[in-house]
Design a protein around this ligand. Structure first.
Ligand SMILES: [Zn+2]
Length: 538
């Protein structure tokens, strides 16, 4: 008899490139055992392989083109306002909504992006992007219990991008220890049918140390691997705690939102657009008084101490986003400029938000491009980015993709003009640079498309799965493990090939076909949740 409890373990940015060598050295006994006993493969992330939208695709089974969310930020059609996407926009049911609606209990700890919070019926301890000062759990009182067991629960390490390596490593380990304490407590005190626990330190430590481990030699290489080993080793202990709470008959699913790889070069897309005369930044007011021009923005900021200047200009936003951010300060600075209306739209034809760009077409308030001109600019950008060559003569190139073909859909929801995809060890950045360089040496490793997947259960065929799963396959899969129908509209599909023949899981997947199944489901959940008093629901 197999039970139907499901334990989902998220390793943010988890990659076999890091995990496999550590397994070979005998450093990750629990992950090693799971990989040996379970079905495993890579896990294709979203395009782009970024926290937002990847975790939303994980929870909804819908690709970015169905959510209208292609990055942390977007510019809607007909608008020139750059806005930060939030959890509020997710109207589609997430797999845990459907599971709870079916009468099962759910506990979620540290899933990213669950902010601003929604009402939940299980327990929820939100993760990254929730500012520490706005931190709330469901039920409300739960945070006090976690503070008690963990000695002050922490969402994320602070000041990710400004602290030195040693401090970052110590911060990662401290926050991670608290996370494990909190998870262990929740698993013991509030057992649920679905447990979803995410470790974020894996992402943070890879950003900082993976380039060194993979591109450095001698002491550098050793220091890189030491840091990775300490954090992944502790994560593995956390995985061990989860395995202790689960039985051998429970489902254990390990996943990541994206993979990781070493990236020696940054390629600054907005710098390139500015150099081509396609983007113009207005340098006025405070910036002007500080002696800044578009051309010298980066250089001046560096001279004055980037942090000081940025703090002076945008303390609130910076405190909210940067300390826990996955990106570099410069990127937040340029986004801040863009968001504060510093783009000289009347003289701008294209703006990049990183993994995409938007054309200033006539439908926007200060749009200047007719449909024909837009087509020409698109071609110019496509060819220009494809032809870039890095200072070492590498021509990995940036590929510009039409959203319809990138997401295999005729009608992507509110898409950018094109998506951008890097290769060849390049890291796309939306920054302007100090000396106007298009390429700068990159100290941080970057997100890769291929993450990790493991599912262990007596009914699952152990070994490598033929074709890697995609992140949108996980929501349908988890519903299927609970014996629940999969909403018809989900992009992901249940991968039957991972189950042993003649097991109940190999049965046909049931699909909820009501055209408005998702809407109706959501409405039911909403009504039910509204009826519950906040906080009394575990
Ligand atoms: Zn991530």
């Amino acid at each position: 008899m197999a039970s139907d409890r499901v334990f989902v373990i998220g390793l943010d940015g988890g990659s076999w490139k890091v995990i496999d060598p550590l397994i070979e050295r005998g450093k990750l006994p629990n992950l090693s055992r799971l990989k040996e006993e379970g079905a495993w493969s890579g896990l294709e992330s979203t395009l782009p392989p970024v926290t937002c939208p990847a975790w939303f695709t994980f929870s909804t089974g819908l690709r970015p083109s169905r959510l209208g969310i292609y990055d942390f930020r977007g510019i809607s059609k007909g608008s020139d306002r750059i806005r930060l996407h939030t959890y509020k926009e997710i109207e589609q049911p997430e797999f845990w909504d459907i599971i709870m609606q079916s009468g099962h209990s759910c506990g979620i700890i540290n899933n990213p992006l669950l902010y601003p919070r929604k009402r939940h019926t299980g327990y929820v301890v939100p993760g990254f992007i929730t500012p520490q000062e706005h931190f709330r759990t469901y039920p409300e009182g739960l945070i006090r219990e976690l503070d008690g067991v963990a000695g002050g629960y922490e969402v994320d390490q602070q000041a990710m991008n400004i602290v030195d390596d040693e401090t970052l490593l110590e911060d990662c380990l401290r926050v991670l220890r608290k996370r494990i304490e909190a998870m262990t407590y929740l698993l013991r005190e509030y057992p649920t049918d679905l447990f979803l626990g995410v470790f974020t330190a894996t992402d943070r430590i890879c950003h900082r140390f993976m380039n060194r481990a993979f591109l450095g030699d001698g002491d550098e290489e050793r220091a890189g691997w030491d840091a990775l080993e300490r954090v992944f080793g502790l994560v593995d202990e956390g995985v061990g705690k989860i395995l202790e709470a689960a039985g051998d008959e429970d489902y254990i699913l390990v996943m990541s939102d994206h993979g990781f790889e070493a990236r020696p070069w940054n390629v600054h897309v907005n710098q390139w657009l500015a150099d081509e005369g396609l983007l113009n930044i207005k340098v006025v007011g405070t910036l002007e008084k500080m002696g800044l021009t578009q051309r010298n923005i980066g250089r001046q900021l560096k001279k004055m101490g980037l942090m000081k200047a940025v703090y002076r200009l945008s303390p609130r936003r910076l405190r909210e986003i940067v300390p826990a951010g996955e990106s570099t300060l410069g990127e937040y600075f340029i986004h801040d400029l863009l968001e504060r209306g510093r783009v000289d739209w009347a003289r701008t034809r294209a703006v990049s938000l990183g993994y995409s760009y938007y054309l200033n077409t006539e439908d926007r308030p200060q749009g200047i491009l007719s449909a024909r001109e837009a087509g020409e600019v698109r071609q110019e950008i496509e060819a220009g980015l494809r032809g870039l060559v890095d200072p070492e003569g590498g021509s990995g190139g940036i590929e510009a993709l039409d959203t319809a073909s990138a997401y295999e859909t005729e009608a992507p929801l509110d898409p950018p003009d094109q998506m951008l995809r890097e290769s060849g060890g390049w890291q796309i950045r939306s920054t302007l640079t100090a000396g106007g360089e298009i390429f700068t040496p990159n100290e941080r490793a970057g997100h890769a498309m291929r993450g990790i997947f493991v599912l262990r259960h007596p009914w699952v065929e152990a070994g490598e799965v033929g074709e890697p799963l995609s992140i949108e396959d996980l929501a349908p899969l988890i519903l299927h493990l609970f014996g629940l129908p999969v909403p018809e509209g989900m992009d992901g599909r249940v991968r039957q090939d991972i189950f042993k023949p003649d097991t109940p899981l190999r049965r046909e997947v049931s699909i909820s076909r009501t055209p408005d199944a998702m809407g109706a489901e959501k409405e039911r959940i909403r009504r039910r949740i509204a009826a519950l008093k906040q906080g009394d629901a575990v």
